[in-house]
Design a protein around this ligand. Structure first.
Ligand SMILES: O=C(CO)[C@@H](O)[C@H](O)[C@H](O)[C@H](O)COP(=O)(O)O
Length: 202
């Protein structure tokens, strides 16, 4: 055996199996009817030239940025018409200016007022479900008549209560909640992609 590779002869460490079994249980508990409803919403959004907007803090901010790559680029590469997908996390200058000139709770809401229109979709991601800047973005979405999907954890928090559709990873563990949200985003993207491919092939 190599000197640098770890000795795995003792089998899977308990911390690995414990983490993975919690992740599996969280995923199994997701309300799949709400996932399916979100896929239909996203298909309608793309078909009717609406915008899809993401926001979130920290790890959820990275998920938001990641999803712009998946939804915007891949649907175009598959031959679909452009899907206007943006993340409110992607301009550090704008985030800093909104925070500095007004208040940090406005960093997403300020931008949401620019991007969101009636019948657009906002996917708001918050592990705690209680980040005020995310909740303010949802408030703007409601004002303009956009539909909101909340990806929440920790019992859902306030975000679950104010979102049109709430997908909740119900555990007080930020890493596991963020993992579930990433999987859910990939499920949503993969399902949408398949639906669009089917339409393009018909
Ligand atoms: O724990 C992590 C990353 O795993 C942090 O980066 C986490 O995302 C940040 O604390 C966020 O500010 C949490 O905000 P939220 O998801 O509860 O809205």
């Amino acid at each position: 055996m190599s000197d640098i590779l770890p000795d795995t002869s003792q089998g899977t460490p308990a911390y690995v199996s414990d983490y993975l079994s919690k992740l599996t249980a969280l995923l199994a508990a997701i309300d799949t009817t709400q996932v399916a409803a979100t896929v239909e919403l996203l298909l309608d959004c793309w078909q009717n030239n609406r915008r899809l907007v993401f926001c979130g803090n920290g790890g959820s901010g990275s998920t938001s940025t990641h999803m712009v790559c998946d939804f915007q680029k891949n649907i175009w590469l598959d031959g679909g018409k452009p899907f206007e997908v943006v993340s409110l996390t992607d301009s550090p200058a704008l985030l800093l200016a909104w925070g500095n000139d007004t208040d940090f709770t406005n960093v997403f809401a300020g931008q949401a007022r620019t991007w969101l229109r009636k019948d657009d979709v906002l996917i708001a991601i918050s592990g705690s479900g209680n980040s005020q800047n995310v909740l303010e973005a949802v408030k703007v979405a409601k004002e303009v008549g956009a539909t909101t999907v909340g990806l929440c954890g920790y019992g859902g928090g306030k975000l679950a209560g104010v979102s049109d559709i709430a997908l909740v990873a119900d555990l007080r563990n930020m890493q596991l909640v963020e993992d579930v949200h990433m999987v859910l985003c990939h499920v949503l993207f993969s399902a949408l992609r398949d639906r669009i491919k089917g339409l393009l092939a018909a």
